[in-house]
Each structure stands twice: as structure tokens, then as C-alpha cells.
Ligand binder design. Structure first.
Ligand SMILES: Cc1cc2nc3c(=O)[nH]c(=O)nc-3n(C[C@H](O)[C@H](O)[C@H](O)COP(=O)(O)OP(=O)(O)OC[C@H]3O[C@@H](n4cnc5c(N)ncnc54)[C@H](O)[C@@H]3O)c2cc1C
Length: 246
């Protein structure tokens, strides 16, 4: 996923959907939905009725659907972009201009932008807030991997909230005859969420073969359910952070 520009990808998908006649409503948070052959969906700006419901809220699902909320844990992941680097410096840290990630539990991933900035991802937290000084927060992790960039200015830093599952497998399936869901892409959703969308569309269209395969994948519930999953998860993450450093 890191290979592409995710916003342009999202805009491209929206454009393609609209060309097929889909109407997209932004800024309409779904607060609840009713079960039944026609679902009544309440948003903070009005109501809609739908024959089919797809829950694709990922890390932001919260209490909208209790039956799947305990399968995911929201975590924040962060990135930065350095100032543009000299060509020689860029080739020194990334000779073949590749997009790469390491195999740490708390993964580091990076590539160069077209204007030779290092785009570096790494560093996460598990609270409802992002660190105040995000640039410094991610820079610290970047310097673990690229200590020679100590003098390099950080121009941008940003982050988002992703949903992880216990075994890092995506969680998709059907809850009722007309309610589907896809979530828990565990940091790999660019390709996987797109595949999940295709598989759900196939199932809604009557071909459930590929969805049945995913239904067989067991996704454990986080110990403690939606309320008490945090302490165990937090301790687990600290344990793996220490292991990464050994
Ligand atoms: C810093 C960072 C780097 C990443 N790097 C990579 C990478 O290199 N490769 C990769 O594959 N993945 C990467 N990811 C993960 C990837 O972004 C996610 O896996 C992917 O976005 C999941 O897609 P999704 O559609 O399931 O969820 P999201 O993209 O989170 O979309 C969920 C949507 O649902 C909407 N929503 C939520 N709740 C409601 C509600 N109640 N009512 C209405 N709408 C609602 C939200 O507004 C949002 O638009 C990265 C994530 C971050 C934060």
C-alpha cells in the first residue's frame, strides 16, 4: 500500500463508483441502524433506508455493532516526510529507490517521494489522542533506522487510526441476511480492504464462494471485550516493543 498515494487512490475509487451511479454522502456519521429486511439508518444529519448494510467503519466502529466490536483494537500509526534530500543522500539511504518495510513487530516502512523526501512510517500509540509534537515523535523512530538524518528537517508528520485483530487477519463476513462487514485490516488495508470490497460485492450479488473462505478464518475476540481489552493489549505491545529492541 505504501507504494501508492492513498488519497488519490480513494478519490479515484470514489470517482469510479460515481461514474457507475453511486451517490456518496460525506459528513454523515451513522449513529445506529435497525435490523430487518429494510434497515432504518440514523445519521447525525438525517435518516436513510437500505436493503443492504455494509459496515466498513474499521477503527471508528465504536459501539455501532457490538457483535464485531470486540474483534478489533483501534491503534494510531504515524508517518513523516523530511525536507527534500540531495540526490546523493537519497541514494545513500535508499540506493534503488525502493519501498520497503522491516520485520519488526512495530514495523518501520519507508520510500522516497517524487521530490526526494524520505516518507517514513513508524511509531504508534494506543490512546484516543495523537502525540502533541508528532514530528519529534516519529523522528525519534526514524533516527533509530537512519541515524545519519540527524540534521535533516522534518517538514510534515501525520497519522491515522487503524484497526488490528488479534491474529492480524482481516475480519469480514455477514451478520444477518442483509448486513455485511469488513474490518481489522491490521495496517494492510490498501490492498486488502479493496479485495474485501470486491468479495462483499460478489456475496451481495449472490456469489458467496470467496466470502465463505474468509468466514472460515477464526478471528479471536480481544480478551476483556470492548471495555477491558486495553490493559492486556497495552502490556502485550510493551512486551513486543522490548523484544524489538533486543
Ligand atoms: C500512517 C498510516 C500508514 C499506513 N500505511 C499503510 C500501508 O503502507 N499499506 C497498507 O496497506 N495500509 C496502510 N495503512 C492502513 C490503511 O490505511 C487501512 O488499513 C485502510 O485505510 C483500511 O481501510 P478501511 O476502508 O477499512 O478503513 P478506513 O480507511 O479507516 O475508512 C473507514 C471509513 O469509515 C468511515 N466511518 C467510520 N465510522 C463511521 C460511521 N459511524 N458512520 C459513517 N462513516 C463512518 C470513516 O469516516 C472512514 O471514512 C496505514 C494507515 C496509517 C494510519
Amino acid at each position: 500500500g505504501m507504494h501508492l498515494h492513498p488519497l488519490n487512490y480513494a478519490l479515484g475509487l470514489a470517482d469510479a463508483a460515481e461514474r457507475q451511479g453511486v451517490e456518496i454522502y460525506e459528513n454523515s456519521r451513522v449513529l445506529n441502524y435497525s435490523k430487518g429486511s429494510i434497515s432504518q439508518i440514523s445519521t447525525d444529519h438525517g435518516k436513510v433506508r437500505a436493503k443492504i448494510v455494509v459496515l466498513a467503519c474499521n477503527a471508528y466502529l465504536e459501539k455501532l455493532e457490538k457483535r464485531i466490536a470486540g474483534k478489533i483494537m483501534p491503534i494510531n500509526n504515524f508517518m513523516l516526510a523530511t525536507e527534500p534530500l540531495e540526490e546523493s543522500e537519497a541514494r545513500y539511504i535508499n540506493r534503488d529507490n525502493v519501498c520497503a518495510h522491516d520485520n519488526m513487530f512495530h514495523v518501520h516502512y519507508f520510500r522516497m517521494s517524487e521530490d526526494n523526501r524520505l516518507l517514513f512510517g513508524g511509531g504508534e500509540n494506543y490512546t484516543t489522542k495523537f502525540p502533541e509534537d508528532l514530528k519529534s515523535y516519529v523522528r525519534k523512530t526514524m533516527l533509530d533506522v537512519f541515524p545519519n538524518l540527524k540534521q535533516t528537517k522534518i517538514d510534515y508528520a501525520w497519522g491515522g487510526t487503524i484497526a488490528v485483530t488479534v491474529n492480524r487477519m482481516p475480519h469480514l463476513g455477514r451478520l444477518d441476511s442483509n448486513v455485511y462487514f469488513a474490518q481489522g485490516f491490521s495496517g494492510h488495508g490498501i490492498a486488502m480492504a479493496s479485495l474485501a470490497g470486491t468479495i462483499l460485492a460478489e456475496a451481495i450479488d449472490g456469489s458467496t464462494g470467496r466470502l465463505d473462505v474468509f468466514n472460515k478464518v477464526k478471528i479471536p475476540t480481544f480478551p476483556g471485550g470492548t471495555f477491558l481489552r486495553w490493559p492486556g493489549f497495552y502490556l502485550g505491545m510493551i512486551y513486543y516493543s522490548i523484544k524489538d529492541r533486543l
